[in-house]
Design a protein around this ligand. Structure first.
Ligand code: ADP
Ligand code: MG
Length: 397
């Protein structure tokens, strides 16, 4: 796999470089303002290096899930503005992805200029199943540049035109973020320092079963919180009240507990409320006795302590998925407590997952206290599952 340094060593002054980045930031539903610019900031090392070396840069990115057609709600306009502020130079936004406006603007770029293409998912071809449809868009994207740099780690698990097909059409390189993510994931899967502790949370156990199956044989402890813990608790025969429960996964959780119950650590107490509101009245109950009229919405203080003890002795930690509904103040403490314990780890600590990374920032924790905060939730999970990721495979070719 060729790196950005390989490209810089070739020399890029005056060359046209198409950079696929992950700028899929959360927006405030009311105002449309960016609520967390972490991914934009994570794209800077590659873009700054190319800019400083005099490349003529066209950036391709997606935002949200528009339905394959232009939709102002998903325009990259706010992202172009923020990227411009961070780069200290104006970043114009093309009116289309790889149409007339993009082509005209890309042709007019000067050395060190940065152009942002409009949301690649405004083209239905971006995510099309069939190769020829994606290929037609990839041809137009490839025509904008001489070389391709993939820095969109959060999208490398997608066989999309701007991630996969375009890399087949141009000399291709891995950007700094992709290289860094790969380095960290390799350390998590190849001979990690022990004890190796994985903390999983988030909403759905079905999203994470594959990674649990893949990691269980490798870890010393798997700590389970978030909405997914209730399916495990139910598998142990606990009453989970109105908490999230995936009844079709109970048998699988029961099998995992039978196979590796000594390594799986479940919550001992749970913060409950009748409703999911910012001013909800909460009660803490034992994890095996949640009243029928209440929902478990965060792990309790004794659980945070127990998880903290496990994390305190760890040398390698991977954390994915908030411990509770951290978006609302009454259900933040579990995530904050675990986030602090992960930050204090003496060794490699990795946070994966969009919501987990957002939680770290939203709860005011110091990002620099972590070994690495991954920008790609789905991509890092699929990598840890041992799956081949199309966007990485094509870069290695
Ligand atoms: P990540 O993006 O870090 O991989 P997920 O997307 O899997 O994380 O899950 C994040 C979501 O899980 C958050 O929106 C959070 O509110 C939700 N969540 C966490 N705990 C619970 C719970 N007990 N009940 C319902 N939802 C929960
Ligand atoms: Mg998420």
């Amino acid at each position: 796999m060729q790196s950005l340094d390989d490209l810089l060593a070739e020399g890029v002054r005056g060359r046209r470089v198409l950079v696929r980045t992950d700028l899929n930031v959360p927006l405030d539903k009311q105002t449309g303002a960016i609520t967390d610019d972490g991914r934009i900031r994570a794209s800077l090392p590659t873009l700054e290096a190319l800019r400083d070396a005099g490349a003529r840069i066209a950036v391709a990115a997606h935002l949200g899930r528009p339905k394959g057609a232009p939709d102002p709600q998903y325009s990259l306009a706010p992202v172009a503005a923020r990227l411009g502020e961070l780069l200290g130079r104006e970043v114009p936004l093309a009116a289309d992805v790889a149409g007339e406006d993009a082509a005209t603007r890309a042709a007019a770029l000067g050395d060190g200029d940065v152009l942002l293409l409009e949301n690649v998912r405004f083209e239905a071809a971006e995510t099309a199943k069939d190769d020829a449809t994606r290929g037609e868009l990839a041809d137009r994207l490839a025509a904008l540049a001489d070389v391709y740099v993939d820095d969109a780690f959060g999208a490398v698990h997608r066989k999309h035109a701007s991630v996969y097909d375009v890399a087949q059409r141009l000399p291709h390189y891995a950007g700094r973020l992709v290289a860094r993510e790969l380095d960290v994931l390799t350390r998590l899967t190849t001979d990690p320092d022990r004890p190796y502790v994985v903390v999983l949370g988030g909403s759905k156990v079905s999203d994470k079963l594959a990674v649990i199956e893949a990691l269980l044989p490798k870890v010393d402890r798997l700590l389970v919180g978030g909405g997914m813990c209730f399916t495990f608790l139910a598998a142990q025969g606990a009453e989970v009240g109105g908490s999230l429960l995936e009844t079709d996964q109970v048998d699988t959780c029961r099998r995992l507990l039978a196979e590796a119950g000594d390594r799986i650590v479940l919550p001992v107490d749970v913060v409950c409320a009748a409703d999911l509101t910012a001013d909800a009245e909460t009660t803490v109950v034992p994890a095996d006795a949640i009243p029928a009229d209440l929902k478990g919405l965060d792990v309790g203080p004794r659980t945070v302590e127990a998880f903290g003890r496990e994390l305190g002795g760890a040398r390698t930690v991977f954390w994915n998925g908030p411990m509770g509904v951290f978006e609302l103040a009454p259900f933040q403490d579990g995530t904050r407590g675990v986030a602090r314990a992960v930050a204090a780890v003496d060794g490699l600590s990795v946070v994966g997952g969009g919501d987990s990374a957002a939680a770290v920032r939203q709860l005011g924790l110091d990002e620099d206290a972590y070994g690495h905060i991954s920008t790609g939730g789905g991509a890092s999970l699929e990598y840890l599952e041992g799956r081949q990721l199309p966007g990485l495979a094509v870069l290695a070719d």
